[in-house]
Each structure stands twice: as C-alpha cells, then as structure tokens.
Design a protein around this ligand. Structure first.
Ligand code: ZN
Length: 286
C-alpha cells in the first residue's frame, strides 16, 4: 500500500489515482495524515477491504509529507562507511551519532527552498516511519514496529552544523524546508527487498550520490533495537537512517547548492523528491 498526504488529507494511492481515507471510511479514520499511525493495525485491516474504485486523479504539487508533524524526528549520522570517511570521522563503534531535526523543517516532496547564508549540502536518506510504540524491542521484533518507508533529504547548512565548541547538527539541519519527505509512504510488503534499496541524489541531472541501503553499518532493525533501548519510539515517528558518500562537503573542491539548482532524490521503488533552490531576496539584491 502507498499512503499520501494530498492537500493535508490522508489518501490511499491506487493505479488510477487517490482515495480519500476519511471519506471512504465514512469518517471512521481522521483526514489528518499524522493521526493514522496511532491506529495503524486497525487502519491496515480496514485498508485491505477499502474500495479503491473511487480513486481520483491528483496534482503532484498538492503532495505533502506522509508524516507532516511527527512527535520525534530522529536522524542518524555516519551510518555508511564511505560517508564517514569522506566527512573525516571515524566509523562509529557501538552506536552511530544520533541527533534530531526540528519538525518545522519538514516539507512535502516537491518544493522551492530559499537558501540561507552558508553552505547548503544534500544527503539522501531512507526514512523509516514507526507504526507502533517501540521500547526495548529486539532486532527480530523491530520489523513489526515499522509502518513503512519514505524518502528524505537531510538538507544541511554545514557552516552552522560544524561551528562552535560542540557541533550544531540539529540547528544546521533545521532551516525551513530542510527535511523534504515523501512522495508517499510505502509499506514493506510492496518492496521486493527492504534491506537493499538503491538511493541517489542528482544536482541539475548529474548523479552525485549513488548508494545502497545494504551498506548501512547499522541496518534498520538494529537501529530500531538500539534506539529503543533509550528512546521510546512512538507511532508516526520518523528515523532518517543516514546518507551514503557523495555529499557536497566530500567533493574536492567542496560543492554546495546555489540559486537555480534543482535537486532530485530517488530511492528504488519509493519514488522521487524534487527541490528547487533560490537565494533569499535580500542576498540576491546585494
Ligand atoms: Zn543525514
């Protein structure tokens, strides 16, 4: 099943378009996409019987994040060996660095972003959406706590991220629009092999990142198991699982996003994100 946020309302996607969940369920389920995760098991059972013949075409520009306001947005760093190396860090031993992005940075999959001052970089990431509360779960149990996967760009302003006596990961990665999510949520039964997904980033059509989630140092079930020993994960929470090599900071010379650039982010079987960048008006006037 694929679930989309269209103009702020939860929809099930079918080949012929989208079905509004609140309408099709006669109000049994709320239109708010974020609320569905708290009733995930009940919803999955109902969705299996839903009449998808009522699907209607939709405008892709109306797509929002499938989890527009998660209680927790957890991000994992240095989870691919080649990215840790390009970023100049040691490979983590025990638990990779974990930080949060503020939920106000979340956007839909097709957006225009005003570049803040500094060096704005790209990071394609597989995003895991939690479907039921996970506390101290095992790796084997972890799969049952996943609602599905979606695509994230962990946009990062490197000057602020790396400045000060301790790095400012959370602030440097939380400017408006810095966490595009989507284009929809895909449940794991729709994915041939959820442990091996090719993920790419293109800048103006040039491939700059080309990785595969089979290379995750801490694969998804292990991440959920290790995180849930400390943090109780709630339905609708999002975990960004880290980025492979090829970020702008790792290029020689470093390369960052500029006004006029288009960023295209893909994960096999999950869809595509597309971001367009412009300078802040006061910057371009200078
Ligand atoms: Zn990241």
């Amino acid at each position: 099943m694929r679930l989309a946020n269209i103009a702020g309302r939860l929809h099930i996607l079918a080949d012929s378009g989208a079905v509004d969940v609140a309408t099709a369920s006669d109000g049994r389920f709320d239109a708010d996409p974020q609320k569905i995760y708290a009733r995930w098991t009940e919803f999955r059972i109902w969705a299996g019987t839903a009449d998808l013949a009522r699907a209607r075409p939709y405008d892709r520009e109306a797509l929002g994040a499938p989890t527009p306001l998660p209680a927790q947005l957890v991000a994992v760093g240095l989870n691919y060996r080649d990215h840790a190396t390009e970023a100049g860090f040691d490979v983590p031993d025990g638990l990779p660095p974990v930080f949060t992005k503020f939920a106000s940075s979340i956007s839909g999959p097709y957006t225009h972003i005003c570049l803040p001052k500094g060096n704005v970089d790209w990071e394609v990431e597989l995003a895991v959406v939690i479907g039921s509360t996970a506390s101290r779960v095992s790796e084997e149990q972890a799969w049952q706590h996943i609602a599905g996967y979606t695509i994230a760009q962990d946009l990062s302003e490197r000057v602020l991220q790396m400045s000060g006596p301790a790095p400012q990961f959370s602030l440097g990665k939380s400017h408006a629009g810095f966490t595009p999510l989507g284009p929809w949520l895909t449940t794991l039964d729709e994915i041939a092999d959820p442990t091996a997904l090719r993920l790419t980033t293109e800048v103006n059509g040039e491939v700059v990142q080309d990785g595969n989630t089979r290379d995750l140092l801490y694969p998804v079930p292990e991440l959920i198991a290790r995180l849930s020993r400390i943090v109780t994960l709630w339905p609708g929470d999002v975990i960004l699982t880290g980025t492979p090599s090829g970020v702008g900071m790792g290029h020689n010379p470093p390369r960052y996003l500029a006004s006029g650039d288009t960023l295209t982010t893909r994960i096999d079987g999950l869809g595509t994100l597309e971001q367009h960048f412009t300078a802040y008006p006061q910057d371009s006037a200078a």
